[in-house]
Write a protein that binds this ligand. Sequence first.
Ligand code: IPM
Ligand code: MG
Length: 373
Amino acid sequence: MTKTILCLPGDGIGPEVVAEATKLLDCLQQDAGLEVEVELGLVGGSAYDQHGTPLPDPTLDAARSADAILLGAVGGPKWEALPYAVRPERGLLALRSELGLFANLRPALTYHALADASSLKRELVTGLDLMIVRELTGGIYFGQPRGVRVGDGGEKEGFNTLVYRESEVRRIARVAFEIADQRGKKLCSVDKANVLESTELWREVVIETSRQFPAVALTHMYVDNAAMQLVRQPKQFDVIVTTNMFGDILSDAAAMVTGSIGMLPSASLDAGGKGMYEPIHGSAPDIAGQGVANPLATLLSVAMMLRYSFAQAATAGSVEQAVDSVLNDGLRTADIAAGGAVPVSTSEMGDAVVQAVRRLLAESPSMRQDTRG
Ligand code: IPM
Ligand code: MG
């Protein structure tokens, strides 16, 4: 049955990287029997410019009815002075919340050819394969009350609320345990239970949930230590589960460990497996419109979509293998180019991946087997 993908290119380099994903989807339709219909929508600053809101109703409606969503990036200096309620980022947060996309999977993987692009020593990152499971619809990002008010003495004060309900912790913990169970069977829950009651409860609920997953070894780490351990010995981790804000911060750090933030895809899933897929990098306004952005995180996000929303693991594998092979061939966008190497453009990188996917699918029809029938 034909599935619908809603593409939301967004702002900055978003449209450039999503254009490469569209090429890949075309290729998969022709060569891998993928049956999808791709729709386009507006989100973020570009939506605000046309409709006065970062998440227009037609976009939200289309997102609700789509089988999967592919998002580029939102935000940029142009919209930074706007009131919070209509900032581009609000469009993204509202999408996550309205669609109930509570489970954010952010895999950080070092590609062999890129070990030298990491800011850490090669031996520390070679073979790194880490999955960060970030809670995405709760915590301080959404807690009430929030705002800026005039406090005692007439001074303005900004305030936010970090709140987690047991059920919210339980469902994200379950997702993380299930993932760990299928990988290295190690789960590290990151909190700040020595200071914050909300994460003291987080820890309790994670421990409770662990009883259903006896095969997974559970450890706990305070977030400050986790940040340090990520740059000290990243390979000690298999799966990390953490709160919305800690996950935001640690995933940027993990990205840099692998070489470039331009490499990391993500999946944001609801309870039924519907997902929104996006590169974890932002809109990178400083390089937008130049055709130099790295499209690999977005192409890898398409692979995650194939795996998690469309149950097409083999085709997903072919995309991931294609990325590996173009990197092994020496192709680099500017963010991952080592000194002296001539970087390729966004579209050259996208074309190379599409070609490699074509070649892999032709060589090994089994990569298409799960798309037949
Ligand atoms: C991310 C981003 C977003 C977040 C911003 C753009 C709202 O940093 O997806 O990591 O903080 O969640
Ligand atoms: Mg972030």
